[in-house]
Write a protein that binds this ligand. Structure first.
Ligand code: NAG
Ligand code: NAG
Ligand code: NAG
Ligand code: NAG
Ligand code: NAG
Length: 448
């Protein structure tokens, strides 16, 4: 087949495929939208009625024309080296007047709230273009006309950010679940969140998270999630404002190779029953460097209302943290000269004690024995790197990447007491040497 035929064949194949599935104005309305953009080169998540969305413009059109949409789950990102979304926020009209349905659930990742459309309309410098070309481009693209029209708006309207325009377009007081990932939740919309019950602040730094939690009506959240790297919030700060109403709390850091994940100490955990008396599910980091953290597990178990727990253990051993790695060859040689070529290889790279089916069962039993109040039904032990596989531009993977394991323990599991715990992922992870061993195993699934 000639190359041009191949091209025709594939492009018509894809456009038929696209016509059949991509949502456009006039198609039946969805009630929820879930999409990752850009998605032109990947299989699509289908909404009910088989809708898919291929651009921010299309999602915006759906939101302005479909009154019954109640939930939006959107991730907008750079894929690989060359795949861009059409934009990183919705194209609100600067003059206002658009309406979105009052969403109940909103999950945003990578969304840019801060842009001022007015600033984008002005004639700016285009990198590498002489001024007369920038001017021609500005005039011919229609931007100049939009700029001219927007000049008539009063100065406050003209100066609005994308977030301001979204706040105008939607009634935020019906929102029950909100997640803003990848960037902080802008405080401006917090006072409007009068129905909010579930909040995920994983995009916020400590300062922003604290402010948001304190600005919400006191004791209004039932579920709070903050998964982020680096420092941890003080439990007391969060729980004195929202603890009484919380039934679900997830407060943890993904593991990074360079240092131990922050973890709450026993005296902090001992305050939990007082501060969060209705807590049913808890998800936190726990340290186990060298021995089982029985004291910490006992402190967790003394929450009377607690029914299930997710425990996140680090996988990287202390010597592995210190040990330099490629591409820093000179540091590697220096390290080997001091510590020996065989130091910190193989199983030494993994933190001890190792997590397997029998050690998990022992820990689960221990927690159940120490439990007071409600019976502890489920504990899941997570080890290592559970972050989403990287899909952005080129980068160096570190040793930690994809090394992980998961053991689920439940009294509802089949097989009686012996069968309570199941290794669901990363069986005998400490015996896997090379990076590629982590993809080649049948019972190991790299795709999240
Ligand atoms: C929205 O929901 C109402 C009530 O369920 C229904 O009557 C109406 O047809 C729906 N509108 C659209 C555009 O789907
Ligand atoms: C636009 O808003 C920003 C931030 O609120 C403010 O600093 C700036 O002075 C405003 N510009 C105008 C022209 O009002
Ligand atoms: C536990 O952590 C808190 C807060 O970081 C700290 O003030 C306290 O000293 C710690 N207690 C122990 C026993 O390490
Ligand atoms: C465990 O970690 C603590 C602090 O994180 C440290 O003080 C202690 O020495 C460590 N124990 C072992 C056996 O490495
Ligand atoms: C425990 O896990 C099972 C499934 O594994 C689930 O059906 C059940 O609701 C969980 N119980 C609690 C209290 O989380």
């Amino acid at each position: 087949m000639r190359l041009s035929h191949l091209f025709l064949f594939t492009s018509s194949f894809f456009s038929i495929f696209a016509l059949a599935t991509r949502w456009r104005q006039g198609h039946p309305c969805p009630e929820s939208i879930k999409t990752v953009l850009p998605n032109s080169d990947r299989p699509l998540d289908e909404n009910e009625n088989g809708h898919t969305f291929d651009s921010m413009v299309a999602v915006h059109e759906a939101l302005t024309t479909c009154p019954n949409i109640s939930s939006l789950d959107l991730r907008v990102t750079l894929m690989g080296c060359s795949s861009w979304p059409d934009r990183f926020n919705f194209p609100f009209r600067l003059a206002g007047g658009e309406r979105y349905p009052a969403l109940k659930e909103l999950r945003l990742e990578g969304y840019n709230f801060d842009e001022r459309p007015w600033e984008k309309l002005a004639l700016g410098k285009s990198y590498g273009l002489p001024w007369y070309e920038s001017l021609t481009e500005w005039l011919l693209s229609g931007t100049a006309r939009k700029w001219w029209n927007a000049r008539a708006l009063d100065i406050d309207q003209r100066n609005k950010t994308n977030l301001d325009l979204w706040l105008d377009a939607m009634d935020w007081s019906h929102l029950e679940a909100l997640a803003v990932l990848d960037r902080p939740l802008p405080l401006k919309d917090v006072p409007r969140l009068r129905s909010l019950e579930k909040l995920d602040l994983s995009g916020s730094d400590v300062e922003n998270a604290r402010e948001v939690i304190q600005t919400l009506p006191s004791q209004s959240l039932t579920s709070l999630t903050i998964v982020r790297s680096a420092e941890m919030l003080e439990l007391e700060t969060i729980l004195s404002h929202q603890g009484k109403s919380l039934t679900v709390l997830e407060l943890r850091s993904p593991e990074v190779q360079s240092k131990p994940s922050p973890a709450f100490n026993i005296s902090e955990l001992q305050f939990l029953p007082q501060l969060a008396p209705n807590l049913q599910h808890l998800s936190i980091n726990v340290h186990r460097n060298g021995s089982w953290p029985l004291g910490t597990l006992e402190a967790i178990s003394t929450n009377p209302s607690l029914r299930s727990v997710d425990i996140w253990f680090d996988i990287v051993s202390e010597c592995r943290r210190q040990k330099p790695e490629a591409p820093h060859i000179r540091d590697v040689r220096k390290w080997e000269a001091t510590h020996g070529v065989d130091a910190c290889n193989g199983e030494d790279q993994y933190q001890r004690p190792y997590i397997d089916q029998s050690s998990s069962l022992e820990l689960f039993r221990y927690m159940r024995v120490k439990k007071i109040g409600q019976e502890l039904a489920n504990v899941t032990f997570w080890v290592g790197d559970w972050t989403r596989a990287w899909d952005g531009p080129l980068y160096f993977a570190d040793w930690l990447e994809h090394r992980r394991s998961k053991v689920s323990c439940s009294i509802r599991a089949e097989g009686g007491e012996e069968g309570w715990c199941v290794v669901e992922d990363g069986k005998e992870y400490w015996k896997r040497g090379k990076y590629w061993d982590w993809g080649g195993d049948d019972d190991y699934d790299m795709v999240d």
